[in-house]
Design a binder for this molecule. Structure first.
Ligand SMILES: Nc1ncnc2c1ncn2[C@@H]1O[C@H](COP(=O)(O)OP(=O)(O)OP(=O)(O)O)[C@@H](O)[C@H]1O
Ligand SMILES: [Mg+2]
Length: 468
């Protein structure tokens, strides 16, 4: 069953993550991206620096060999002796080894050296005829190699093989990467927390504004102002603009209400005079035509009276607040309804339910609802007036089983001058102010007016007032 409440909600109901959280998230992502970029560059630079240092160490060992044994060797037999001397006098850095393949096929290796045969390509290394860099795979990971042929008297006496395990460099690199990772994680977390705190603090005036605007919206009180005290920044300027917009809105509403009240008031007197004069004329002239004019004038007077009442209600017309027994109101409304047209109207009242209301105005509201129900039900239709007390509220329901209200028209029935498409075609004498007045009267008594309808089946209008 479609429903409409007299006060239509306009707020966004779905909740999105807060702006502070989203901004802090963006900050965090930016911080993470820049930290990762810097860390990546640092690791690449460190790696290339370590590689170059390793190569320089190998070159320096090769240069020392070339400057020592290689220059002193005259015959192949001397190579072994010179090489042993050199190996003994030149301790190599950790993880490095030197091997010299002698012409007779023997192999001399440095004391700290590992096993040349553990390294991927010993045969290729031993037979290298050019100065060449090698990237090899040893039992403990990558190995950087440099081969230098030992030349004398235009021939190759042997080959100097210098090998360096990359593990120490990799250990340094790992230590660097884990240090950077921990520092980055801490940095990102800190910037996230800090970003969130800063954003939250900067958005505090906006939150205050949102709460104030919500309160103004809920109370419908245009005389309130945000009056945000703070620096004249973007938020401050927004608050000032909002305040001046409220000021202009309030002024415009006030002018419009005054205009409505004055116009209705001014129209009332001439209408009364014309109606009076018309009655006198009707006796003397063509009564039938004048009756038609009189009916139209009567209708006009009703509209003017309704507009005047609405204008007073807009201006904050104060209604009485006294305990009113709902059953009495329903019975009186039933009697008035019976006089309008023959319908099966019943009262189904919970005994002794009192509302805090203005008895006269509540009867006006109920009669209005009954009149509508009569207008929209066929002669064999049923109308029930019910009252009950629910959780501190006193309720009046007006049910009918007439034509009902289509769902697309339901949200508009409380608007001023709104009439359904069907009514405009078939019931030309209504003005569309009845429900607008009922709604404003109930609101002036701190209540609400709601409607539920199933077209062609049932319609229920519910007045909810504070119980007495
Ligand atoms: N009980 C009802 N059943 C079906 N439609 C209804 C009912 N009550 C109200 N409506 C719809 O709501 C519209 C507005 O009602 P409202 O009482 O404000 O105006 P009206 O009855 O057309 O004119 P007025 O009451 O000013 O003479 C109606 O035109 C009609 O379309
Ligand atoms: Mg009506």
């Amino acid at each position: 069953m479609a429903t409409a409440v007299s006060r239509l909600p306009t707020m966004r109901l779905a909740r999105a993550p807060s702006l502070s959280l989203r901004l802090a998230g963006v900050f965090g992502l930016l911080a993470a991206a820049s930290v990762l970029f810097v860390a990546g560059v640092a690791v690449v630079i460190a790696r290339s620096h370590l590689d170059r240092t390793l190569d320089r160490q190998l070159i320096s060992s090769a240069a020392s060999f070339q400057a020592g044994p290689a220059t002193r060797v005259r015959q192949p037999a001397q190579l072994a002796v010179e090489t042993r001397h050199w190996l003994a006098e030149h301790p190599l850095p950790e993880g490095q080894m030197a091997a010299i393949g002698l012409p007779d096929g023997r192999l001399l290796t440095s004391a700290a050296g590992g096993d040349l045969y553990e390294v991927g390509e010993p045969r290729a290394l031993l037979s290298a005829t050019h100065v060449r860099w090698w990237n090899l795979q040893g039992s403990e990971g990558g190995v950087r190699g440099l081969t230098v042929p030992i030349l004398a008297h235009g021939g190759r006496l042997g080959t100097l093989i210098l090998l360096a395990y990359e593990r120490p460099q990799q250990r340094t690199l790992h230590a660097l990467v884990s240090g950077i990772a921990i520092a980055s994680a801490v940095g990102i977390l800190l910037s996230l927390l800090l970003g969130f705190a800063v954003v939250r603090r900067s958005l505090r005036p906006l939150r205050t504004m949102a709460a104030e605007v919500g309160a103004i919206e809920a109370a419908g009180d245009l005389s309130r102002r945000l009056s945000l005290h703070g620096p004249p920044d973007e938020v401050g300027r927004l608050a000032d603009s909002f305040d001046s917009m409220l000021e202009r809105l309030e002024e415009a509403f006030h002018k419009q209400r005054r205009f409505l009240a004055e116009a209705s008031h001014e129209l009332r007197t001439p209408l009364t005079v014309v109606r009076g004069q018309l009655e006198v004329l009707a006796d003397e002239l063509d009564g039938r035509r004048l009756t038609q004019v009189g009916d139209e004038l009567e209708r006009m007077s009703r509209i003017v009276d309704d507009l005047l009442l609405l204008a007073h209600l807009d201006e904050g017309m104060v209604l009485r607040r006294e305990p009113v027994e709902l059953e009495l109101v329903l019975r009186e409304a039933l009697l008035r309804g019976m006089l309008l047209a023959p319908r099966d109207i019943r009262v189904d009242a919970e005994p002794v339910v009192y509302a805090r209301a203005d008895a006269e105005r509540l009867l006006q509201v109920t009669s209005n609802l009954v009149t509508n129900a009569i207008k929209h039900t066929p002669e064999d239709g049923h109308i029930t007036l019910r009252s009950e007390r629910v959780d501190g509220a006193a309720l009046i329901h007006v049910d009918d089983d007439g034509c009902g209200i289509p769902p697309d028209e339901l949200p508009h029935v409380f608007e001023r001058f709104y009439r359904g498409t069907r009514e405009r075609a078939t019931l030309p004498d209504g003005s569309g102010l009845g429900l607008a007045i009922a709604h404003s009267l109930v609101a002036a008594m701190d209540g609400t007016l709601e409607v539920r309808s199933k077209p062609a089946l049932a319609t229920t209008f519910t007045v909810r007032l504070p119980a007495a």
